[in-house]
Design a protein around this ligand. Structure first.
Ligand code: HEM
Length: 461
């Protein structure tokens, strides 16, 4: 059943119905020889139990690490709690004011100097563009810049696709989905014979090794020559210079590099794409966001560096609309875990040692039992308290950023970046979604739009 279910992720409503009729937890069966049986759950009490209360019993495990071996010893592939040194290093970096300033500046410059001029060009020419492609290029360039490597400049009028690293990432994603959907012996055999997706995966690994090797050695050289500029703290500089993680060898830096792009690139691009599509379907929400921006943000030319952190914090309704987007279309649509020891979940389901569990974040956001009868509606109001503040939902219910000790470390940075991009685009353009296109999700590691999202930009007066 598992391959079939993964292939039909676009028919999510079937999955929602099955899970609703099974009280939010369901045993999937694979062929007896393939070891693919998986307990699928969207029950928040189970999620809380798995991700927090009994955290040590539910690991990604060796099988997960084997599937994702291309990410090496990076954080996404590592089991353990917050005592892990790599986790501590990431945590320190994402709370370091110099790194935060550098990242915000990278996003702001990319917006101002490249994305907005490009959208101006598209608006002037009346060009129809794939918004998802635009955002993926934007987030790729910003993630690479934040890493401290020369900007690949993949945003351009011609939208050429000639970046080796980005192509390798795409091959990796397809290969990961293939590994998930195939019995282990099958992809192992293909890997040994160098066939199909496995061949591409091996080639992608070589690209990562070669390019990251060069980036890291260039950065080490740059730091040796540096006239000390304490203000510029990109990711590689942070990891190499501050030596929080000693020793840090080039192989681990390669794993951090690839993992960071994976964590910070398509998650943001996916959210932005679904967000603009949802706005096109819900014009009343768009009107309210415009109103909130007008009320709260200084106008351009007022001398402020716009918009500031504090300004963005005032946008409570926009925050709700972004959370609502990630509730319905969580960029990371599922999480896999494996049980170390036998256990019983709060729902009463028995879990055998070494059995597999999937938390299906995508279906969870659509569960009436979790979100109420209006679960399928796009309602930013859901995220606002009676006094007009931000309503915080527990992570085991709003699972887009994961839950427990291994919650997404970049959550705040992600929300800031999302708001910066949305505000700038909405202030300057009306985004017109082309009629008649088929919109359906494609779930790899990230929940993309299968056919992209074709739009026109019309300049606002
Ligand atoms: C909308 C944007 C984002 C979403 C929905 C998101 C979601 C997630 C999820 C679900 C995980 C757990 C992955 C797993 O263990 O399989 C995760 C981990 C992580 N994310 Fe994010 N993420 C986003 C943006 C970012 C950004 C911008 C950064 C960095 C600046 C970031 C940094 C990380 C890191 C370092 C981890 C590893 C945490 C750990 O394993 O302990 N994320 N994220």
């Amino acid at each position: 059943m598992l391959p079939g279910v993964l292939m039909r992720l676009n028919r999510i409503y079937d999955g929602v119905e099955i899970l609703e009729s099974h009280n939010m937890t369901f045993q999937l069966k694979g062929p007896w020889f393939a070891g693919m049986d998986t307990l699928v759950t969207v029950d928040p009490s189970n999620v809380h139990h798995i991700m927090s209360k009994n955290f040590y019993n539910y690991i990604k495990g060796p099988e997960f690490q084997e599937v994702f071996e291309i990410f090496g010893n990076g954080l996404l592939n590592t089991d353990s709690d917050r005592s892990n040194n790599l986790w501590k290093c990431y945590h320190a970096m994402l709370h370091d004011q110099r790194f935060i300033r550098f990242s915000i500046c990278a996003v702001r410059n990319k917006l101002k100097d490249e994305l907005l001029p490009l959208l101006d060009h598209f608006a002037k020419e009346g060009t129809v563009v794939d918004l998802q492609d635009v955002f993926r290029r934007f987030t790729f360039d910003t993630a690479v810049t934040i890493l401290g490597v020369p900007d690949p400049k993949s945003l351009s009028v011609h939208m050429a696709n000639n970046n080796e690293f980005s192509k390798a990432l795409e091959d990796v994603e397809v290969a990961m989905v293939y590994r998930h959907m195939s019995p282990r012996f099958m992809w192992k055999l293909q890997n040994r014979l160098g066939l199909g997706q496995e061949k591409k995966l091996t080639e992608a690994d070589a690209v990562f090794g070669r390019l990251c090797g060069k980036y890291v050695s260039d950065k080490r050289q740059e730091l040796r020559n540096e006239v000390n500029n304490e203000e510029v703290v990109d990711l590689l500089t942070f990891f190499i210079k501050f030596e929080l993680l000693a020793p840090i060898d080039d192989k681990l830096l390669r794993d951090v590099f690839v993992g960071f792009i994976l964590a910070a690139r398509d998650t943001i691009a996916s959210t932005l794409t679904w967000f603009f599509w949802l706005l096109s379907k819900n014009p009343q929400v768009l009107t309210k966001i415009h109103h909130e921006i007008q009320e709260n943000l200084p106008r351009s030319g007022s001398g402020h560096e716009r918009p500031s952190y504090d300004d963005l914090d005032k946008l409570v309704y926009l925050n709700g609309a972004l959370c609502e987007t990630m509730r319905l279309y969580p960029p990371v649509p599922f999480q896999r875990r494996s049980a170390v020891n036998q256990d019983v979940l709060p729902s009463g389901h028995k879990v055998d040692a070494n059995s597999k569990i999937m938390i299906f974040a995508y279906a969870m956001g659509m569960m009436r039992a979790v979100w109420g009868d209006d679960a399928l509606e796009f309602k930013p109001e859901r995220w606002i308290t009676a006094t007009g503040g931000i309503r915080h939902e527990p992570a085991y219910k709003f699972f887009a950023f994961n839950a427990g000790p291994r919650t997404c470390l970049g959550r705040n940075m992600a929300l800031t970046q999302l708001k910066m991009v949305v505000v700038e685009i909405l202030q300057k353009y009306d985004v017109e979604v082309v009629e008649g296109q088929k919109i359906e999700p494609f779930s790899g590691l990230i929940l993309h739009m299968k056919h992209g999202l074709r739009v026109r930009f019309n300049k606002r007066c």
